[in-house]
Design a binder for this molecule. Structure first.
Ligand code: SF4
Length: 417
């Protein structure tokens, strides 16, 4: 058995050390991926074997993922300066894992006006944000073109802000409200300023599980359809998976494999984001339908598995810092991840469910967290097409920390790609 303390020490191990005590089948599968740098070289059985691997084999999985991460994306850890805007918490959908939504008459129900959205976007830009991330509940009487109107308000306020907005569930709702065909609806949003889509509302893409988590939510086929169509009309997206509730490792494998398939068709995914289930204040947990969130092993395993199975397909694996504490998010960055996500500025959804990681991580905090684990911080834009290495003054001269990186460190701030 691998104990918690042993798990925390895996970042110090080389692949050769970790591989010694690993079962032959797991070792052979991992060695092949390390050599090919492509998760497609694994059979279905091998993928399931990795996902179901015992505690004894977990260290090898984590070290292999970290090795692969270094080979594929290097030592830079990225983050984006953004502001989260949840424009309303009123929602009729009733997902059992959600502690954020409210009925319209509840005392703490809220609805931000378009003017509020514009003001929040301006404030975000003043604080250095390059992106606003906009999602909300689904209120019953939303004006049919409200999502379009949000885009107009936000882009009028700050024309060059990147708008990362509207889950596939919101897109399906918008289609229903307007009676427009999906493709036309997405094109209309794109033409009014929608830049990218959060690949949320995925949770577990299995209709049986979805029936329990949230039976009013969009089906697997609808989720796929929204994402594929968005990619086809030039709106890229993230992809996500919620783990640590009632799903099994086999669901993880099937979902990652679905993401690979979509990526091979469209190339539209920017990153994969595993989202740990925050259980405390949710009906799903209170009704005994879910376990109490992910274990340490599960947190680490899903990040590692994603790096390995998505190798050659999706290069960026994000840690969702709002759902993990400081130490755990750093540990997940040692288990295959390379991105910290956004500063957020006002995170609500995980906090309402019981998460305690806070609502905002400043760029300076991200830089310190990344430097503490011996990696290089860089601010990115939403599509990862521009990275800027960011080092606080005292680190800029620390060339012994990153041998071979002196040229970039000596300027302390560099732009490339
Ligand atoms: S997760 Fe979203 S759709 Fe589901 S209840 Fe919460 S706000 Fe509504």
């Amino acid at each position: 058995m691998t104990g918690t303390s042993e798990l925390k020490h895996f970042p110090q191990l080389s692949w050769e050390e970790a591989a010694k005590s690993t079962s032959p089948a797991i070792r052979s599968a991992l060695e092949r991926v390390l050599e090919m740098q492509d998760g497609a070289c694994l059979t279905d059985e091998e993928q399931l074997g990795l996902a179901r691997s015992s505690s004894a084999d977990l260290v090898a999985l984590l070290v292999a993922a970290d090795t692969l991460r270094r080979d594929v994306v290097g030592n830079i850890v990225t983050y984006v300066v953004n502001r989260n805007i949840n424009f309303t918490n009123v929602c009729f959908v009733g997902c059992k894992f959600c502690a954020f939504s409210r009925g319209p008459r509840e005392g703490d129900a809220y609805f931000h006006s378009l003017e509020d959205m514009a003001r929040k976007t301006k404030e975000a830009r003043e604080l250095g944000a390059t992106e606003v991330c906009i999602q909300g509940g689904l209120p019953r009487d939303l004006p049919p073109f409200y999502y379009r109107d949000i885009l107009r308000a936000v882009k009028d306020a700050v024309p060059d802000i990147h708008v990362h907005a509207f889950s596939p569930m919101e897109i399906v709702y918008g289609v229903e409200l307007t009676s427009m065909p999906l493709r036309d609806y997405l094109c209309m949003l794109r033409d009014n300023g929608l830049d990218t889509l959060p690949g949320t509302a995925a949770e577990i893409l299995d209709d049986e599980v979805r029936q329990i988590l949230s039976r009013n939510k969009l089906s697997v086929a609808d989720w796929r359809d929204v994402i594929r169509t968005a990619h086809q009309v030039g709106i890229r997206s993230t992809c996500t998976l919620m783990y640590g509730h009632m799903e099994t490792p086999d669901h993880w494998v099937r979902q990652l494999s679905m993401f690979r398939k979509i990526q091979s068709e469209t190339g539209g995914f920017t990153e994969f984001v595993p989202l740990g289930f925050v259980h405390q204040n949710t009906l799903l947990f209170q009704q005994g339908l879910a376990r109490s969130g992910p274990t340490l092993e599960e947190h680490l395993k899903i990040h590692a598995l994603a790096r390995i199975l998505l190798a050659g397909s999706i290069s960026n694996i994000q840690v969702s810092w709002v759902k993990l504490n400081r130490g755990l998010s750093q540990l997940c960055l040692h288990a295959g991840a390379n991105d910290y996500g956004g500063t957020l500025m006002e995170e609500n959804i995980s906090r309402e469910a019981g998460a305690t990681a806070g609502q905002y991580t400043s760029p300076g905090d991200f830089q310190s967290l990344i430097l503490e684990i011996g990696r290089i911080p860089a601010e990115r834009n939403t599509k990862y097409s521009r990275l800027q290495i960011k080092l606080p003054g005292e680190w800029a001269k620390g060339s012994e920390l990153f041998p071979g990186e002196d040229a970039r460190l000596s300027i302390g701030y560099a732009e490339f790609a």
